[in-house]
Design a protein around this ligand. Structure first.
Ligand SMILES: *[C@@H]1O[C@H](CO)[C@@H](O)[C@H](O)[C@H]1NC(C)=O
Ligand SMILES: *[C@@H]1O[C@H](CO)[C@@H](O)[C@H](O)[C@H]1NC(C)=O
Length: 417
């Protein structure tokens, strides 16, 4: 007996079993969503998946008894339409990532943001939280020549520094905020974010993401020379992980630009040794546990039970643009894994949503946080901000060659959108 009858039997069982669905708040009231499990399952209640989890499969149907079908894209209750993706699955992913990795992003409607601009290019940002405490930090802006309220420039907000000049020359403003005064890269829990949110189980990557967003609030309030509807976010390494989170948690971000971001960024939890070294769940939680919440720690030594991987984070950013930069000399963050596994798996979802040109990769020579990465992605940034065509192939995996499609077997069974 070949595999076909097995699939038919599975399909017949799938359609016979009742799939509970519930309406979820959204623009389209005819759509029924799989309920988000409450409480969220523990690692023991999730299937061990050695390949990248199926992004189309709701968490409710990601159960230990169906690991094989789940990995192959044969799970029941998969999202079938783009409307279901945007109204059911994407919000579920964002919630799931907060539960298992980032901690819950604070509700911006409970904050009051004030900003002043001094000396032309310094923004003084003050955020008062729900408990009445006020955190303060600063950002600096650099405008390209010719930017004016009548002709505002797009902006790239960066954390930790970037190569500014090519961007300024291209007519793009640069903003940078003092991230250590938002939250230090440690367990210290000082800085503007922790003044407001001390005691919450939130990762520092989320605190830094918040810093990007409050900087954007301040730009929108005080810098009419910047167009706050064309916004990129970038950073490298741990700060690239933060840039990814910044893109995930705020739909105002037009373009997410994580550089050499590694695990908890766009490095895979699975396949972590593809580059010969390997940042992974275990060593990142051990070395800098504060980047993420405590719940992620419960998956240490059980990373294959995570119901997501880095491709899931990337896919949840669609239809907004995402460009990732990786250096072939950068073994520790597993550049190769990001290129041959994560990028193509996320692109399956972008393609399925009809926005395949909104995800891009640059694979360049050079190592970790090599500043040349910023010029490497610039043509794509110009395409997104200005519609400038580029002949550079931002779908090329460079010397890494081709995608490793055995890492995402569900891609052969994408739903008919
Ligand atoms: C709502 O979703 C259904 C199913 O995807 C689709 O057929 C319908 O056109 C959508 N309606 C609106 C108003 O978007
Ligand atoms: C800028 O502020 C205005 C007024 O509060 C608001 O309506 C708009 O959504 C803001 N834009 C961004 C990009 O934050």
């Amino acid at each position: 007996m070949g595999p076909l009858p097995y699939i038919l039997i599975a399909a017949a069982l799938g359609s016979a079993a009742a799939i509970p669905l519930e309406p979820r708040q959204g623009s389209n009231s005819t759509i029924q969503c799989a309920p988000v499990p409450s409480p969220f399952p523990s690692w023991q209640q999730l299937p061990q998946q050695s390949t990248l989890p199926d992004p189309f499969l709701p968490l409710k149907y990601t159960t230990p008894d169906n690991a094989r079908d789940a990995m192959a894209g044969r799970g029941q209750g998969r999202v079938q339409t783009r409307d279901e993706w945007y109204q059911c699955r994407q919000p579920e992913i964002v919630q799931m990532l907060q539960e298992y990795q980032y901690g819950y992003y604070p509700d911006p409607s409970e904050e009051k943001v004030a900003a002043t601009r001094s000396g032309g290019n310094t923004l003084n940002i003050e955020v008062t939280g729900p408990g009445g405490k006020t955190g303060r930090f600063k950002a600096t802006i650099t405008l390209p020549s010719g930017a004016s309220p009548a002709k505002p420039a797009p902006v790239v907000i960066n954390i930790g520094g970037m190569q500014n000049q090519p961007y300024l020359s291209a007519g793009i403003a640069i903003a940078q905020f003092d991230y250590t005064s938002v939250a230090p890269d440690s367990n210290a829990k000082t800085g503007a974010f922790w003044i407001i949110y001390k005691g919450r189980d939130i990762g520092v990557l989320t605190a830094w993401a918040w810093g990007f967003h409050r900087t954007l609030d301040a730009i929108n309030m005080t810098v009419p020379e910047i167009d706050a509807t064309r916004v990129g976010v970038t950073g490298c390494s741990r700060l690239g992980k933060a840039a990814l989170a910044a893109g995930l948690f705020d739909k105002r971000i037009t373009l997410t630009m994580p550089m050499s971001s590694g695990v908890q960024g766009l490095g895979p939890y699975r396949y972590y040794s593809m580059s010969g070294q390997g940042e992974n769940l275990e060593n990142s939680k051990q070395g800098a546990g504060w980047w993420t919440n405590s719940r992620l720690g419960t998956f240490v030594n059980h990373a294959e039970n995570l119901p997501y991987d880095a491709h899931t984070i990337a896919a949840a950013i669609a239809p907004r643009a995402l460009v990732m930069d990786q250096g072939t000399g950068d073994q520790f963050v597993n550049s190769k894994g990001t290129a041959v596994v994560i990028y193509p798996a996320a692109k399956v979802v972008y393609d399925w949503l009809g926005v395949g040109d909104k995800i891009a990769i640059s694979v360049r020579g050079g190592g970790h946080c090599d500043m040349s990465g910023f010029t490497s992605i610039l043509p794509y940034v110009q395409k997104i901000f200005f519609g400038t065509p580029t002949t550079k192939d931002f779908n090329s995996l460079g010397s890494y060659g081709s995608p490793v499609s055995t890492a995402f077997p569900w891609a052969t069974a994408v739903p008919k959108a």
